[in-house]
Design a protein around this ligand. Structure first.
Ligand SMILES: [Zn+2]
Ligand SMILES: [Zn+2]
Length: 366
């Protein structure tokens, strides 16, 4: 089968013909339909995060189950699925306490670029191993993944579009409704209006925030933010975003940082009202260290918290998100700014770097 292979920083992404082994115990094979191109893939491509090579990138995908390994009771053959890049083991302390986004088994598998048993199902024709990015490796025609990472959804949902629920939508929407558990009537700022930020704006809108201030440097993204539910927009290339947000709102109850830069993490904390919460949603480069005035945090009872994968419980949350999309309450068509074949993955990355794309979906089929 064909897949997009990352071989090293500065080297072009190429489509290669790879061998994909059959699923082993507890795994399933997916015929992929669509895969979204996310900033986390870009981090690897740019060398911000270290991973093994050769590596099949992609972690936001959807498709149909075409084979199941031994012992798999769910999903079933033929199920339509969205992939989760944090497949819960179901047994660790965090899984058992309802926090699959912190699954210890999954966290360590992510670091190895292999599946749970410490091996890969991907190889080149000469038998040499190829690694799986985030237990998913979806920039490919097919993937073998842990069964717990393939979440069954209704079969009338368009798989190319709902693929982006698997990271962007889950991460942004979940940060608001799951991680922050934002109360209705809150005032909100969202810094960074890519696919994750726009999904956070939608979460805030559906959670009845009274004020939603979108912050970005790209005018087109601020325009999109208004369409997704922002009540106000601030172009931080032209004006100090902290001053602007404070002037508009007097300080916000929640600030969602959806970029992952030290400066914007600091801005999120600095624009809070008394008792406010800054949520770090963006995935920073390793070693990013923002600074806070600890006295202000303690005096005003402000919090800075992290959100991994929108604190998703994919098994229950993905089908709900699909329902919201199918009912027209959650906009996903508008997040997808283009489709490209697998062979144009490199161009999709360039679009993301240049700020030309919100989300590009790679069409995985031949
Ligand atoms: Zn676990
Ligand atoms: Zn992602």
């Amino acid at each position: 089968m064909r897949a997009v292979v990352f071989t090293g920083v500065g080297e072009p992404l190429r489509v290669e013909e790879l061998e994909l082994e059959a699923p082993k115990a507890g795994e399933v094979k997916i015929e992929l339909v669509g895969a979204g191109v996310c900033h986390s893939d870009l981090h690897v491509y740019k060398g911000d995060w270290k991973h093994k090579t050769p590596l099949v990138l992609g972690h936001e995908g959807a498709g149909v189950v075409t084979a199941v390994g031994t012992g798999v009771t769910r999903p079933a053959l033929g199920d339509h699925v969205i992939l989760s890049w944090m497949p819960p083991c179901g047994a660790c302390r965090w899984c058992a306490s309802g926090k699959p986004q912190l699954c210890a088994t999954s966290m360590s598998a992510i670091g190895t670029d292999m599946l749970f048993d410490g091996t890969t199902r991907l190889a080149r024709a000469d038998g040499s191993p190829v690694y799986h990015y985030l237990s998913s490796a979806v920039f490919a025609e097919q993937a073998v993944v842990p069964a717990a990472g393939a979440i069954t959804i209704r079969d009338d949902a368009p798989l190319d579009k709902v693929s982006i629920i698997g990271c962007a939508v889950a991460t942004g929407f979940g940060a608001v409704v799951n991680t922050a558990q934002m109360e209705w009537g809150s005032s909100v700022a969202v810094i960074g209006c890519g696919a994750v930020g726009l999904s956070a704006i939608q979460g805030a809108r559906l959670r009845a925030a009274t004020r939603i201030v979108a912050v970005d440097v790209v005018p087109g993204k601020l325009e999109a933010a208004r369409a997704f539910g922002a009540t106000d927009v601030v172009n931080s290339a032209e004006t100090d975003p902290v001053e602007a947000v404070r002037e508009l709102t007097g300080g916000v109850d929640y600030a969602f940082e959806c970029i992952g830069l030290a400066e914007t993490c600091e801005q999120a904390a600095a624009m809070l009202a008394f008792g406010g919460t800054a949520v770090i949603v963006g995935q920073p480069k390793a070693g990013t260290r923002p600074g806070y005035d600890a006295l202000l945090l303690s005096c005003y009872e402000q919090r800075v918290i992290g959100s991994n994968y929108g604190s998703m419980r994919p098994t229950v949350d993905f089908p709900h998100l699909v329902d919201l999309c199918m009912d027209g309450r959650l906009m996903i068509d508008e997040l997808i700014t283009g489709h490209r074949p697998l062979a144009e993955a490199q161009d999709a990355f360039e679009d993301l770097i240049a700020g030309r794309a919100i989300r590009t979906v790679l069409d995985c089929g031949r």
